[in-house]
Every structure is written in structure tokens, then in C-alpha cells.
Design a protein around this ligand. Structure first.
Ligand code: MRU
Length: 350
């Protein structure tokens, strides 16, 4: 089994998701700037995986810091956190992970000891914490799988959009974790993977990891979902999320909203699987979620080849927001939430 991301003595090692499915190659980031660049260029992507990468990037930056005093170390921490926080705006897991690392940093400093001892302790604690973020993420996905598997019927076909699998997380996956858990329970589940233009996370990544696991997967282009729902070929939709507002509005890969509306029209349940680290109780609705606008060249080109006439305009919002009224249920590691999300999501944190 591949490892999406891991801490090594040389740095942060990750599978290069821009090269899949053609090549399974790994990249080791030796400083925090390289980690930030890997997040920005989507060598690593998917909300929980971005969170793990951010935590490891902070740990690596502080490990490499030459600070000799606590003020210097604090200033280095803020520089590292600032660079990493500017990589991608939508997935709240990135900010959640940086906050968690900041708390670890302050806790380690608050323990008694000389300045030198404290600096050493901060370094060790941050590396340990980043590894805990990874281990917890895998455990959380497995728990989500246990809660969500019951929602999927035997002999059903499930549509997913983008990649919310092992590649998008520390391992196992959110939406694909639920599918994996249902399959482990003995259910026969087939998956329709939306290709997911323009980055093709569905065609390249979801299909790759499901095929590796022997789970039957059929790739469809994004504009085929409605057709297959109308033909009763899809019994459920399950996707991940990049940020969920207090009212249950869900930001996820561009095209998710379209799928949710089609699901409602065709009476197909639309499930979202996401850990608590993806839920942002600080915002009231999806209107407050920053939507990343990526380079139009990712729409006009595929691996360097121009696929539209020269000099035409293109737009590339990387995410959209699905209003909570389309969301049948949100599967988390603490259980399954349903409307009214304003109450049920908050209750999960108690
Ligand atoms: O732009 P990406 O590939 O980082 O977008 C990823 C998604 O939208 C996923 O569906 C989401 O992060 C959930 S991953 C478990």
C-alpha cells in the first residue's frame, strides 16, 4: 500500500499526485518552503492531506530553524505559518493544523527549563505532534467508515466526485473510506468516479486507488452524472468536503453543487463524509467560505498542451458551495449528522 505522506529523517515524503496514474513517484520536501510549494502545486492535495502536510511543514521549518532565542524561534514560527497559510485558502484543515501546531508550540514553551532546553523541547514536540496529526487522521477516517458504511446498500452503485480517498487524507479516505468500510462489511459496491475537470482527480486518482484495492470503478465524464441518475444506475452519492459551515453548507471540488442538485432531482441521497477538522463553526454559512481561484491555464492546458483556441479567456474556481438543503447527511468520526445542521454539527463537538 502506498503512503500519501510521511515524516522521515530527511524531510516530509509524499507521493507526487501530479504524476499519477502514470508514475508512482515520491518527493521528499527538505524544508518548509518545499512543503508549501507542494501544497500550492497540488503534489499533495485533498483537505485532510493538506492539513497533515501543513503540520509537517511547520514541524520541519522549526526543526531546521537556527533560532538561538525564544523570540527568534517565535518569529520563525510566524514566518513559517504565514507562508504555509497562504498556499490554498479553501480547505479549513490547513488552518486547523497550523492552529494545533501553534498550541503545541506554546505548550512546549510553557514547561519549565532553560531557554536552550525549551527550544529543544519545542522542536521535538512539534515533530511528534505532526506525526500525531497523521496517525489521528487515519483513525478518524476509519471511524467515519464505520459510521457511514450502514448508509450504503448491498449491490449498489455509488457516485463520487473528485478524490476523497487515501490520497486526499493521511490514509483510507473520507468518502472512499466509507465505501471501503462497506466493502469490508461484505457489501458489493460499484463506484462511478466523476472525471472531475480540470485536474482530473476522479479519473486519475480515485480510479487509481480503487482499482488498486480491487473495488469496481467506472470513470464517467462530469456531464454524464445526470444521465446515469435518471437511468437509476446510481443509488447514492458520496463526496468529501474542504470546509463545512455551521449551517451545513459544504464547500467541495468544483462541480459538487451540480451533482447535489442532480441527486435531489433524481431522489438519490447525497452524503458528505468529512472529519470534524473540516467543520468550521466560526462561519455561519457557505457565503463566508473563501473559494480558491486557480490559474486559468489549468483549464486551457492539459500537461502543457493547449486545448482551447489561443488567447481565449477561461475561469477556474477550484471549489463550489452546496447549500445544506441538498445534503442528506454528513458523516463524521463522531457519527452521522442530519438537518438541522446548525444544531447537529455543533453537538458533535461537545
Ligand atoms: O483541489 P483538491 O484536489 O485539493 O480538492 C479536493 C477536494 O475537493 C476533496 O473532495 C476534499 O478535499 C475532500 S478530501 C477527503
Amino acid at each position: 500500500m502506498f503512503k500519501t505522506i510521511e515524516w522521515t529523517s530527511d524531510g516530509v515524503r509524499m507521493i507526487d499526485q501530479t504524476r499519477l496514474p502514470g508514475e508512482e513517484v515520491y518527493r521528499t520536501c527538505r524544508n518548509y518552503q518545499e512543503v508549501a510549494e507542494a501544497i500550492r502545486s497540488m503534489v499533495i492535495r485533498g483537505a485532510p492531506a493538506i492539513g497533515v502536510a501543513a503540520a509537517m511543514g511547520v514541524a520541519l521549518g522549526i526543526k531546521n530553524s537556527s533560532a538561538q532565542s525564544i523570540p527568534e524561534l517565535r518569529s520563525d514560527f510566524e514566518t513559517i505559518a504565514d507562508v504555509i497559510s497562504k498556499t490554498r485558502p479553501t480547505a479549513v484543515n490547513l488552518f486547523w493544523a497550523i492552529k494545533r501546531m501553534r498550541e503545541t508550540f506554546e505548550n512546549a514553551l510553557s514547561e519549565p527549563g532553560s531557554e536552550t532546553e525549551k527550544i529543544l523541547r519545542v522542536r521535538t514536540c512539534l515533530v511528534e505532534e505532526a506525526q500525531r496529526v497523521l496517525a489521528e487522521d487515519i483513525a478518524v477516517n476509519e471511524a467515519m467508515g464505520r459510521h457511514g458504511a450502514a448508509l450504503l446498500q448491498d449491490s449498489s452503485t455509488v457516485l463520487t466526485h473528485c478524490n476523497a480517498g487515501a490520497l486526499a487524507t493521511g490514509g483510507y479516505g473520507t468518502a472512499l473510506g466509507v465505501i471501503r468500510a462497506a466493502v469490508a462489511d461484505g457489501k458489493r459496491i460499484g463506484v462511478f468516479a466523476d472525471e472531475t475537470r480540470p485536474f482530473l482527480q476522479g479519473a486519475r486518482l480515485t480510479a487509481w486507488e480503487l482499482a488498486k484495492d480491487g473495488i469496481p470503478v467506472t470513470v464517467i465524464t462530469d456531464n454524464m452524472a445526470g444521465h446515469f441518475m435518471k437511468e437509476s444506475k446510481i443509488q447514492a452519492v458520496i463526496v468529501g468536503a474542504d470546509r463545512i459551515a455551521s449551517n451545513g453548507d459544504v464547500a467541495n471540488k468544483i462541480g459538487t453543487y451540480t451533482v447535489a442538485v442532480l441527486a435531489r432531482e433524481n431522489h438519490v441521497p447525497f452524503y458528505v463524509a468529512a472529519p470534524l477538522s473540516t467543520i468550521d463553526l466560526n462561519i455561519a454559512s457557505g457565503d463566508e467560505i473563501p473559494i480558491e481561484e486557480r490559474s486559468p491555464s489549468e483549464v486551457t492546458h492539459w500537461r502543457g498542451i493547449l486545448t482551447v483556441p489561443e488567447n481565449v479567456n477561461a475561469r477556474h474556481p477550484a471549489f463550489d458551495v452546496t447549500p445544506h438543503r441538498y445534503v442528506t447527511a454528513i458523516i463524521t468520526e463522531r457519527g452521522v449528522a442530519r438537518e438541522p445542521y446548525v444544531e447537529t454539527l455543533k453537538a458533535l463537538f461537545r
